[in-house]
Design a protein around this ligand. Structure first.
Ligand code: EPU
Length: 420
């Protein structure tokens, strides 16, 4: 297994180009199952999750070809039962269910189960399929949906923590080929849902309202091939911006969508970080001492749960008390005990972490537990004195394209080694 070895204490300087968004490209890849015609997707990040989704589509009968950051997929003939073990290994793969149901009127996927960040049910996805007239069963570890005809309807997809991103994506995809009009209330407003809707519309779907809590889908009889460029990854951009602030550096993000990052930039500004946006270029630099801030994660356009761990890494460097409240996933604080190994002082009180920041950090061996927790450990390691070894780098490779070489270009002393 590989590890990252980081010699901390070097301010990051320079430019970094933001890659395509993991959480946009995965459902877009799934959406290609809705047509037998070829689709081209550009700005595809080189990530293990993307390759994995490619394998899943191949196992369903699609032809998948990577050419640098362009991906060509043709799902001429497909079967409706996903490989149990393949799908189980990546939670995001549940979003093949909507397109399979839309195109074949039947779908079966292995239930994704929980993961380290929380329970992660798909009840709302299944509720949406039922509202379209599908019969849904859970049997032998599979969730199955089938219908003779899918009929558009009105539905409410809000849950305990608000909207569901992949649930909205799944139902929206199935509804593109339903008869009549579907209205999803309490739909997820994330930019990745908008990107998917844009791709589906380019395929001939009739979707309006994506980006708002009410999405209307007027069913069509078939979809065709399309070409699309994936939006830049807002969480990757946020991670580099936070790393620049944590190391007292100055970096320029190229190809970023600052308009997708209001909540993160607002908090960074509150801590005393300078953010300058010009088109798709964003310059981030820290001016003077950091100030503590309180953060609550929320569905978009609130502060993203996917940037919570990274922001906590910044707050442990900030003198004073910050309270970070996680409202989306119930156990997304796995990074806390690992950050403590570097010297962080954090207490968990229910859904909140009380961060007593400003204590000096010193490098240590730490264990990555999930994608964003790993990013937080890298940020803390970049700012700590001495050497930090982040083990289980495969978590980072799921969602950060070439993180070590991008950071090296920014001046970080970081290398990949064979770890324990
Ligand atoms: N939820 C339900 N019932 C459901 C579905 C979800 O109660 O049927 C709850 C979840 O338990 C959670 C909340 O709704 O409390 C939000 O979950 P959501 O369904 O929105 O998450 P997701 O669609 O499975 C995507 C991203 C996650 C990101 C979340 C929230 C992908 C592939 N994954 O997951 O990304 O954290 O939205 O923004 O798009 C990551 O990139 O590190 C990551 C975990």
């Amino acid at each position: 297994m590989e590890s990252l070895l980081i010699k901390g204490g070097v301010p990051l300087h320079g430019e970094v180009t933001v890659s395509g968004a993991k959480n946009a490209v995965l459902p877009i890849m799934a959406a290609t199952l809705l047509t037998c015609e070829p689709c081209m997707i550009h700005r595809v990040p080189d990530l293990s999750d993307v390759k994995f989704m490619g394998q899943i589509l191949t196992s369903l009968g699609a032809r998948v070809a990577f050419d640098g950051s362009t991906l060509r997929i043709q799902a001429r003939k497909i079967n409706g039962v996903g490989d149990y073990d393949l799908i189980r290994r990546m939670r995001g793969s549940v979003c093949i269910m909507g397109p399979l149901l839309g195109r074949l009127k039947k779908a079966a996927v292995s239930l994704p189960g929980g993961c380290v960040i929380g329970a992660r049910p798909i009840i709302l996805h299944l509720k949406g399929f039922k509202a379209l007239g599908a019969k849904v069963t859970i049997e032998g570890g599979f969730a199955r949906a089938s219908a003779r005809r899918l009929i558009g309807s009105d539905m409410f997809l809000g849950g305990r923590a608000g909207s569901t991103v992949l649930g909205t994506a799944n139902v929206m995809m199935a509804a593109t080929l339903a008869e009549g009009v579907t209205v999803i209330e309490s739909a997820a407003c994330e930019p990745e849902v908008v990107d998917l809707a844009n791709f589906l519309n380019a395929m001939g779907a009739r979707i309006t309202g994506a980006g708002s809590p009410t999405i209307t889908i007027t069913g069509v009889t078939q979809l065709h091939g399309a070409e699309h460029e994936v939006i830049p990854d807002r969480i990757e951009a946020a991670t580099y911006a936070i790393a620049a602030a944590a190391t007292n550096g100055e970096i320029t993000l190229r190809g970023a969508r600052g308009d997708h990052l209001h909540a993160v930039f607002d908090k960074l500004k509150d801590t005393g970080v300078n953010i300058e946006r010009k088109g798709t270029t964003v310059t981030v630099c820290r001016k003077g001492r950091l100030k503590p801030v309180d953060i609550t994660t929320l569905p978009y356009s609130g502060f993203p749960t996917d940037a919570q761990a990274q922001m906590m890494a910044l707050m442990i460097l900030t003198p004073g008390i910050s309270i970070i409240t996680e409202r989306i996933f119930e156990s997304r604080f796995m990074h806390v005990s690992e950050l403590a190994r570097l010297g962080a002082d954090i207490e968990i009180e229910g859904p909140s972490a009380i961060v007593k920041g400003g204590k000096p950090l010193s490098g240590a061996p730490v264990m990555a537990s999930d994608l964003r927790a790993s990013a937080a450990l890298v940020i803390a390691g970049l700012a700590a004195r001495g050497t930090t070894q982040v083990n289980r780098v495969y978590h980072l490779d799921r969602g950060y394209e070439q993180i070590d070489s991008k950071l090296r270009k920014l001046g970080a002393r970081i290398k990949r080694i064979q770890g324990p």
